[in-house]
Write a protein that binds this ligand. Structure first.
Ligand code: S3P
Length: 167
């Protein structure tokens, strides 16, 4: 397998699972949000505040386009990366796309702070999660594999990924 890409909503465990999976497989780890922060010298919140969401989405597309040709990486992606068709295609091109599924209740429990997640910095984050999930589910489901992470610890999710036949 060239690379493994983790998609899913904010708080679905992409970063933690990705880092541990990388250790287990001896792969390197990449996070698209971090790449954007390094590229711009700004935090995700600053980009949203100063330039708006659409500018952030452009940066996401640019950053993953630049990943073509890499191998041996576990790539954790921002929760909204899948809403652009071209991004889904870019990701599928470089490896196996795995959707870490989680219910709104699981997500709200896993998200301790919304300060670095501008989209959830609202009065009723649970409602916002439900709304965004219902819009995005169709895009997440384009992944090659999905893993239901409700009730699972990070190590258990890693184990399920390691047991995939497609790996
Ligand atoms: C977003 C998810 C965030 C980050 C940005 C937008 C989204 O990443 O890219 O705040 O649209 O769901 P995480 O999923 O890593 O929190």
């Amino acid at each position: 397998m060239k690379n493994i890409i983790l998609t899913g909503f904010m708080g679905s465990g992409k970063t933690e699972v990705g880092k541990r999976l990388a250790q287990r497989l001896g792969y390197a780890f990449l996070d698209t949000d971090k790449l954007i922060e390094e590229k711009t010298g700004k935090s995700i919140s600053e980009i949203f505040r100063e330039e708006g969401e659409s500018s952030f989405r452009e940066l996401e597309t640019e950053v993953i386009k630049n990943l073509s040709g890499i191998t041996g990486y576990i790539i954790s992606t921002g929760g909204g990366i899948v809403i652009r068709e071209e991004n889904i295609l870019s990701l599928k091109n470089i490896g196996l796309v795995i959707w870490l599924k989680a219910s709104p209740e699981t997500i709200i429990n896993r998200i301790s702070s919304a300060s670095h997640r501008p989209l959830l910095n609202v009065d009723n984050p649970l409602e916002q999660i439900k709304k965004l999930l219902s819009i995005r589910e169709q895009f997440y489901s384009r992944a090659d594999v999905s893993i239901d992470t409700d009730g699972l610890e990070v190590d258990e999710v890693v184990k399920s990924i390691l047991s995939l036949e497609t790996l």
